[in-house]
Ligand binder design. Structure first.
Ligand SMILES: CC(C)(COP(=O)(O)OP(=O)(O)OC[C@H]1O[C@@H](n2cnc3c(N)ncnc32)[C@H](O)[C@@H]1OP(=O)(O)O)[C@@H](O)C(=O)NCCC(=O)NCCS
Length: 336
């Protein structure tokens, strides 16, 4: 909000519906909370507006996209003046989640049917001494303790943030209690965190019984954030090229651990001449990559091509190959 050119009152006049404006005017909260609420509304309306334009060719102004909390505080979207039409049926249903922290706000929206979304944002600069004793169970704390010391604070915040994102996705926040959002796995190379709901949370959202929830977490400058898009048990999130490279380097480190290879494995390392790969190792690696990204890729052709040309393959080249094939279809991919 500090970075915005216009003053809060002016922004409110531009983006809020009359009902939202009345709420903002009567909001009895500290100025920081009022500003964060407004900023959350600004980014949420923008997310919904862009989605409606892109997917439904529906052009609405921000005040026509009204956001009201339900009885539990979960934001609900109402498109003002969009009466159900015979052509479109009922109003498009939009799942929405909002988070704000330290003067920044994020929103995540989806028009896909039967989708849950949850997003959370946490500032790293705020001191939170020893919140872990209350926030996490002993086995969650041991996941954090197993990390390199310099990663622990950031990952403790990521795990907390993942719980909040899931709480928002099920529409009840963390009211089921922190232990009801149990973290069973985390992967530092991809940022993925797995959350298993316990009984108290399942009682609030029984449809998720038996499902492990995958939450994507990341760090950007002084913030960590988490996002979950849940549809039929998968998270749809296209990994960045850097995340693919990090994953491949980690995988390569694991594979070569038992070999007598002593030099560090880096992006320019060559699989066959430098790392000592044999054909079968390459096939094992390719299978692991496909499974990890839940996406078939034409590895057989790639391996045949490099065999024909009698050349080697660097980790960078492999990263570009995976990146190209993950982006080939619809820009979204299943990441487990
Ligand atoms: C809902 C909750 C997860 C929000 O977390 P937070 O760190 O306070 O605030 P964030 O900035 O991350 O998110 C705030 C947004 O969450 C959204 N939100 C609030 N309740 C929600 C719910 N039940 N479901 C989904 N989203 C919700 C709102 O959009 C809110 O922003 P807004 O009021 O400006 O619209 C958290 O406050 C909560 O679970 N509260 C109830 C239980 C509780 O207080 N537990 C204490 C745990 S120690």
């Amino acid at each position: 909000m500090d970075g915005l050119a216009c003053e809060a009152g002016l922004l409110a006049a531009q983006i809020l519906s009359p009902g939202e404006r009345a709420h903002w005017d009567s909001m009895r909260a500290v100025e920081k909370r009022r500003r964060e609420w407004l900023m959350g509304r600004a980014v949420a309306k923008e997310a919904v507006r862009l989605l409606l334009e892109r997917d439904l060719h529906l052009h609405l102004a921000p005040p026509e996209i009204e956001i009201q909390p339900d009885a539990y505080g979960c934001p609900q979207v109402n498109l003002v003046g969009q009466a159900p039409s015979p052509a479109r049926g009922s109003q498009p249903r939009c799942a929405l989640s909002i988070a704000h922290s330290d003067g920044a706000a994020v929103a995540l929206a989806s028009l896909a049917a039967d989708t849950l979304v949850g997003v959370d944002l946490e500032g790293l600069s705020r001191r939170r001494e020893d919140f872990e004793a209350i926030a996490f169970s002993p086995d969650e704390r041991s996941l954090i303790a197993a990390l390199a010391p310099e990663l622990r604070d950031e990952w403790a915040l990521r795990l907390w943030s993942a719980k909040e994102a899931v709480g928002k996705a099920i529409g009840r926040g963390l009211t089921a209690g922190l232990e009801a959002f149990h973290i069973t796995k985390m992967e530092t190379s991809t940022g993925m965190v797995t959350v298993d709901l316990q009984e108290a949370a399942l009682a609030q959202y029984p449809r998720l019984r038996g499902q492990s929830l995958n939450v994507y977490t990341a760090r950007e400058s002084n913030f960590v954030f988490s996002a979950i898009i849940y549809q039929h048990g998968v998270v749809r999130m296209r990994p960045s090229r850097q995340e693919i490279l990090d994953y491949l380097l980690q995988k390569m480190g694991e594979l070569t651990q038992d070999w007598d290879y002593t030099d560090p494995v880096g992006p320019e390392s060559k699989l066959f001449t430098e790392l000592g790969f044999e054909s079968l190792d390459a096939v094992v690696l390719c299978t692991a990559i496909q499974e990890h990204y839940q996406t078939p890729m034409p590895f057989a052709e790639l391996l045949a091509e490099i065999g024909e040309q009698q050349r080697d393959l660097s980790i960078t080249e492999l990263t570009d190959f995976v990146n190209a094939h993950l982006g080939a279809a619809d820009g979204t991919r299943r990441v487990q």
